[in-house]
Write a protein that binds this ligand. Structure first.
Ligand SMILES: Nc1ncnc2c1ncn2[C@@H]1O[C@H](COP(=O)(O)OP(=O)(O)OP(=O)(O)O)[C@@H](O)[C@H]1O
Ligand SMILES: Nc1nc(=O)c2ncn([C@H]3C[C@H](O)[C@@H](CO)O3)c2[nH]1
Length: 228
């Protein structure tokens, strides 16, 4: 069937929507390594020291996931290798990587993307990008409660998050590995509103039909009610 990749800033709702979508379409969810990621807390405690190591860690896990997803041809990924350079470029731009690290990273990324070109299925079928404003992003980060992501943990995080949002717009516009669509993550509360969840799923199903990945008469009778 289809390989769908999600994208969007921190706390946009990618993991949440991945679960909902995979369940709805009857496909397999792939989640980013976060709670079991040993480098992430080190990075937030000392970003200058750990930016490169964290990126190599994520690049490796993302490469693994996309390769598996493209082989099995029936998956939803909560964040993919296509966003990797966005994060590293931003960290490099604020001085958290040396020229040698930047050059090594891009060479490695280039090599890995070359491997994907050799896969029987080279690209995902759809990118679903969740847009959120700064205020929504912060609310969600607070709601989820990872200590090292909170503004109170490090006063420079406000600038970091605002900058991240600025990097996403051109990244999304330039992304051309597959058809793509945007979800309004500020307006659509697909976590607690059944109506909003239905709207989001309808938008994605319509797009999958438009790009020929679902038959026009496809209809899903799965229960999408919010669990109590
Ligand atoms: N549309 C939404 N409406 C309301 N709450 C939401 C929505 N999307 C996500 N949330 C809540 O926001 C928090 C972050 O969501 P989630 O972990 O899915 O984000 P994410 O994009 O995967 O984050 P990250 O980039 O850090 O992995 C969770 O507590 C989730 O329940
Ligand atoms: N530096 C850096 N590079 C990445 O590629 C990357 N991808 C995710 N993250 C951070 C954001 C959330 O805190 C948390 C979960 O998304 O991990 C990243 N940080």
């Amino acid at each position: 069937m289809t390989v769908i990749v999600l994208s969007g800033p921190i706390g946009a709702g990618k993991s949440s929507l991945t679960g909902i979508l995979a369940n709805y379409l009857g496909t397999k969810p792939f989640y980013e390594s976060v709670d079991d990621n040993p480098v992430l807390p080190l990075f937030y405690a000392d970003p200058e020291k750990y930016a490169f190591l964290l990126q190599v860690y994520f690049l490796n896990t993302r490469f693994h996931s996309i390769k598996e997803a493209l082989t099995q041809d029936n998956n939803v990924l909560d964040r993919s290798i296509y966003e990797d350079a966005l994060f590293f470029q931003m960290n490099a731009d604020i001085g958290r990587a040396t020229t040698e690290e930047v050059d090594t990273y891009y060479e490695l990324l280039h090599n890995m993307m070359g491997e994907l070109d050799r896969m029987p299925k080279k690209n995902p079928d759809l990118l679903v990008h969740i847009n959120v404003s700064y205020d929504t992003m912060i609310k969600r980060i607070q709601k989820r409660g990872r200590p090292y992501e909170q503004l109170s943990y490090d006063s420079t995080l406000e600038d970091y998050y605002k900058r991240l949002l600025r990097y996403y717009k051109p990244w999304y516009e330039k992304y051309d590995y597959s058809p793509k669509m945007e979800i309004d993550g500020d307006k659509l509360d697909f976590m607690s509103s059944e109506k909003d969840r239905e709207i989001v799923l309808d938008q994605i199903v319509d797009k999958l039909k438009e790009v020929g990945k679902l038959p026009e008469d496809w209809d899903k009778s799965t229960d999408i009610r919010i669990e109590a």
